[in-house]
Design a protein around this ligand. Structure first.
Ligand code: GDP
Length: 290
């Protein structure tokens, strides 16, 4: 039942070690979060490893999220003094928007360096995030790869490069990939539905049923339109609703295939924007770490 995930301790230790090394080279860490699950896509280790280095949340997939909840998350982060921005990383996103967020955070540090007679230099950053959250997309938007290689610098692990985003910003070319947290089945369901974990480790029908339990209210209209459902269909149990959708998409009784279709439709925004982690949930829980 549900999502069964094994992260190999050796891989985790290596990923952490590499990220720790990278953090020591930068001024700021960009933690990439999925705007649909800002909390569930956070890695609990990132803040600890980043130590006193500033930390910017870049919430991707804003175009696929519920806009009202995205604004609530931004307000929440602002209220606790945590720099954050939400973007559609595929289109409306670039270096200037990042610089306008990080300049105020780092200007004192850079000014202090200049006062000591050090040469003016670009801000250096590294990204980190769970699989599939949009790390490469963010990097590619910030960097023109062909023109971007700044060359090897001391301290950078062999094979890694600084990429130039502008005269004022350089990024390490290898984002850290850390595992998501699996404290509960609910978090695992959210990660599966949004695509942060591989299809081979969960059963599509479990995730489709989870999606229906979430969306029958929040994406009622999207579901009704996409699968030509009537109001009375929404009185069915999740299982019967899934069977009904299976018929509606012409898959007879192949509910596994219909589940895959439903998951794909949700991920690509065809049912409407959704957010599965709410600020209210956070405030209710004792999750004081965030
Ligand atoms: P990575 O594994 O973290 O490097 O993730 P990728 O950058 O490869 O992105 C994973 C998928 O999410 C790709 O299909 C991207 O096109 C898509 N993606 C990334 N950012 C966004 C976004 O802001 N909006 C939408 N709609 N898709 C995005």
């Amino acid at each position: 039942m549900g999502v069964n995930i094994q992260w190999f301790p050796g891989h985790m230790a290596k990923a952490i070690r590499q990220f720790e090394e990278n953090v020591s080279l930068v001024d700021i860490v960009f933690e990439i979060l999925d705007a649909r699950i800002p909390l569930s896509s956070m890695n609990p280790e990132v803040k600890r490893i980043s130590g006193d280095k500033p930390h910017l949340y870049i919430m991707t997939k804003r175009d696929l999220a519920d806009e009202k909840q995205t604004r609530e998350w931004l307000e929440y982060f602002d209220s606790i003094g945590q720099p954050a921005m939400a973007v559609d990383a595929k289109t409306k996103f670039g270096t200037n928007s990042v610089l306008s967020k990080i300049n105020p955070i780092l200007k004192d540090k850079l000014a202090r360096e200049e006062a000591k007679g050090m040469k003016s230099r670009p801000i250096r950053a590294v990204s980190v995030g769970v699989p599939n959250v949009g790390k490469s997309t963010v990097l590619n938007r910030l960097v023109n790869r062909r023109a971007a290689q700044v060359g090897n610098r001391p301290g950078v692990t062999k094979g890694q490069q600084w990429l130039k985003s502008s005269e004022k910003l350089e990024l390490l070319d290898t984002p850290g990939i850390l595992w998501p947290k699996f404290q509960s089945q609910e978090i695992a369901n959210k990660l599966a539905l949004t695509g942060a974990i591989k299809e081979s480790v969960y059963s599509s029908d479990d995730i489709a049923l989870y999606a229906l339990s979430q969306f029958r209210t929040s994406l009622h209209q999207g579901l009704a339109e996409r699968y030509r459902l009537s109001e009375s269909d929404f009185e069915l149990s999740d299982v019967d609703l899934l069977l009904k959708i299976t018929k509606q998409v012409g898959m007879q009784d192949d509910y596994m295939r219909a589940s895959d279709r439903l998951i794909q439709d949700a991920r690509s925004g065809k049912l409407g924007g959704f957010t599965l982690d709410s600020v209210a949930d956070l405030e209710e829980s004792d999750n004081a770490d965030y």
